[in-house]
Unconditional design. Sequence first.
Length: 151
Amino acid sequence: MDKTEEQKVKDEQYMRKALVEAEAARAVGEVPVGAVVVCKDRIIARAHNLTETLCDVTAHAEMQVITAAANTLGGKYLSDCTLYVTVEPCVMCAGALGWAQLKRIVYGASDGKRGFQHFAPQALHPKSTVTAGVLEDECRTLMQQFFQKRR
């Protein structure tokens, strides 16, 4: 297995962990977005949306996981870390990811309505790389099912 294939396997493995977080969010009535931060092939933080639970519009999965990862590492910069998140980050979260200087952002489903790629593609740190579409179908289906049930 070459490095590209190996990275794809790892990306899917970690995205499945983010999907577990998204399911936890859905189970308590939150929009099902989940995230994990990985550093040196180890998950150092897990989170999901808590906007309803905390009555806080900023309590997105990415914001929660950035805080948890920074606490684990004892510093505000996550430059050796990769974020796995089930849905493309919004502009707010992309800005926070930029300030946290994450090395890599991996997301599942794109968000044409609120995603940063459309509104603020330069929000991330200049050295950050982005991988989109990892387990995209599973991530998109979870969101679609959630919103279909709410209507």
